[in-house]
Write a protein that binds this ligand. Structure first.
Ligand SMILES: [Zn+2]
Length: 646
């Protein structure tokens, strides 16, 4: 857990214009900044950033948030990753609570490995471009394969010399710890001597989703039957093969924009496609896809297209276990590249536009593809065919999200046609698999957790004359929101000589039942805790909080500053009273309206009780209650200085 103090330190330095401006071209317009929305395609800017409120909002697609949520949405960072990114940018040292000694050590190892990897990348890139053996062997090999220098530089490729310890010497001279060097996989230790592990190989750095280098792939240049074609970084504190897809760092925005992720086998396929302008591509590195990798894809898109080169073992491996992709709700398509070609050679042959067309025309649904392949294998063998039907039914049953029901029905129809069986029969079989799984899961799960009953939020219907006003007052919990907004914005301002607005607020709000919206109650409770603990709760404290639901709610409460007020100032040449000037009045009136709303609810409830049959005693009591409530209502109305009701 990152401490609240650190979060405050970071958030106090955040300049939202600088952060968002790093990804979106922004232009100043009055008090705000505008740009083309990075989350949806548009020709004229509706993406607005307010430096004063430290929030952004797109008036086109409706996305909004603060600098942290921007990093989370745009860069697909987790909350903690976003904080770490900001901390590094603003040189804030991160303090953490409840960190075990093991975790601290692991963190230190990870940091050391990142530093070593970064050093190694620069070292190998320098060799590739500057040393004789680098240009003669490494660079000429890459150029001969058709890679241009700019793409080689973009992917930070490098070359490791054939000498036995050229890198190891450089690393030792730079005082890197021997144990960590071995851990990084860059060197191996033989008889107490450090030797380079990637001798005579092209170096492909592998980046994580914050752009740090977590490991390397090293490809042999000279053909050698004994040596493996690729060597990869061993599993360590930062490199975990099952969680990586090569190229995500360079592909992330293109995947987001095109809403499709292309998956190829090799590093060079990724780079070749990039060079031709197709950037939404990642590589599996030739292993079967893991749940972690599928989730990585799903951060960006639901559409995964696997580019399959007929005789490639790697992509066949990637196909295994793709049922998991269905469970994750991914739409998986396959494209078969013609014989003797791979994506790298094929895009070079066709050019980008034709390659794109080829993908679009030839991509085939994963399930249909499976059926076709399996049927071909089964031939006329009826028992094999029966097992194909079973297997496909199980696969289809894994599409279990409610919103994908039509998709499932579609598959049942198409597959029963392909397998020449009755649609109803396949349907029943699919349902059997679903049932079996549900039963299995239920037997594993503990009994349902207690779910607190939702507080009724419905607007009581009233026949009284002011029902329209009443429903207007109820609308969107307007009063509740206004009260909380006032607390957030003005809570730390002075109320009178020795009180702050927050103190007044909590005195007035002794009755928390006044709120229907439990989320707002939660904001108040957190505010109170922080306030009492001496942490200054401001809108920012909430905006930058880990709880994204809370942050979203608060950013929706905060008003976006409009141009209007500045225009008024110019037009009338006199200061216009802002909400900041009149905060005391605003708070009093917020409370009055909130109370008024509650009184109206009570009166309404009381009236409905009256309509039911009661003894005369009960009726009398209800009538007295009514009169009492009406009196309070009048008092509040008088205080509020408004005449809503005749
Ligand atoms: Zn937008």
């Amino acid at each position: 857990m990152i401490t609240q103090q650190t979060i405050q330190q970071i958030s106090s330095r955040i300049d939202i214009i600088e952060i968002v401006g790093g990804f979106v071209k922004l232009k100043k317009r009055g008090m705000n900044y505008m740009g083309l929305c990075p989350f949806h395609n548009e020709k004229s800017p509706s993406f607005t950033v307010s430096p004063v409120k430290e929030i952004y909002k797109c008036f086109g697609c409706g996305r909004s948030g603060n600098a942290i949520s921007f990093l989370m949405e745009h860069e697909k960072y987790s909350y903690v990753e976003a904080l770490r990114w900001l901390a590094a940018k603003y040189n804030v040292t991160i303090e953490e609570t409840n960190v075990s000694p093991e975790a601290i050590i692991q963190h230190q190892v990870a940091d050391s490995l990142f530093i070593i990897n970064s050093f190694a990348q620069k070292y190998f890139s320098d060799i590739l471009f500057d040393a004789d053996s680098g240009t003669d062997v490494g660079l000429s090999y890459l150029r001969q394969r058709g890679f241009r220098d700019e793409v080689i530089k973009k992917f930070q490729l490098g070359y490791c010399k054939e000498e036995k310890n050229d890198f190891a010497k450089a690393a030792t001279a730079n005082q890197f710890n021997q144990e960590f060097l071995v851990k990084s996989g860059l060197v191996v230790s033989r008889n107490d001597e450090l030797l380079d592990n990637y001798r005579g190989r092209i170096i492909f750095p592998i980046h994580n989703n914050t752009g740090k280098i977590i490991g390397f792939g090293a490809r042999i240049i000279k053909s050698n039957d004994k040596a493996p074609k690729y060597i990869n970084t061993p599993e360590n504190e930062v490199y975990s093969k099952s969680k990586i897809l090569y190229g995500t760092w360079f592909a992330r925005q293109a995947i987001d924009k095109s809403d499709e992720c292309l998956l190829v086998e090799g590093y060079t396929d990724v780079i070749a496609l990039h060079q031709s302008g197709i950037e939404n591509v990642v590589a599996s590195g030739g292993t079967s896809l893991t749940m972690d990798q599928l989730r990585l894809v799903r951060k960006y898109t639901n559409n995964l297209t696997i580019i399959y080169d007929g005789d490639s073992a790697g992509v066949k491996a990637a196909l295994r276990g793709l049922d998991m992709a269905l469970e994750e709700g991914l739409n998986v398509k396959l494209v078969l590249i013609p014989d003797k070609e791979d994506p790298d050679s094929y895009v070079n042959k066709l050019g980008a536009a034709a390659f794109r067309d080829f993908i679009a025309v030839n991509k085939k649904d994963f399930i249909i593809f499976q059926v076709e392949v399996a049927l071909k294998d089964a031939g006329n063998d009826t028992s094999k065919k029966a097992s194909v039907v079973n297997q496909i039914a199980e696969t289809i049953s894994k599409i279990n999200k409610a919103e994908d029901f039509t998709k499932q029905q579609d598959y049942i129809r198409q597959c029963s046609e392909l397998m020449k069986i009755e649609e109803t029969g396949l349907n029943a079989l699919v349902n059997k698999f679903i049932r079996d799984r549900v039963i299995k899961q239920e037997s594993k799960q503990p009994p349902d957790e207690f779910v607190p009953p939702q507080i009724a939020n419905s607007i009581p219907h009233s026949e009284s004359a002011d029902s329209e006003i009443l429903s207007l007052l109820m609308k969107d919990e307007m009063q509740e929101r206004a009260v909380v907004r006032a607390l957030l914005e003005f809570g730390l301002k002075e109320w009178d000589g020795n009180k702050k607005v927050a103190d007044y607020f909590f005195e007035e709000l002794s009755d928390e039942e006044a709120f229907d919206n439990l989320e707002l109650v939660r904001i108040i409770a957190i505010y109170k805790t922080w306030y009492e603990e001496g942490i200054e709760p401001t809108t920012k404290t909430f905006l930058y909080n880990e709880d994204q639901q809370l942050s979203k709610l608060v950013s929706s409460l905060v008003e976006f500053p409009y141009e209007l007020s500045t225009k008024w100032k110019e037009a009338y040449e006199m200061p216009v009273a802002t909400r900041e000037d009149n905060y005391r009045e605003e708070i009093v009136s917020c409370f009055n309206y909130l109370k008024l709303k509650k009184i109206k609810q009570l009166i309404d409830q009381n009236q409905r009780d009256l309509e039911k049959h009661h003894t005369s005693e009960e009726q009398l009591m209800l009538i007295q209650t009514h009169q009492h409530l009406k009196k309070i209502e009048k008092e509040i109305l008088y205080k509020a200085g408004t005449v809503i009701i005749k």
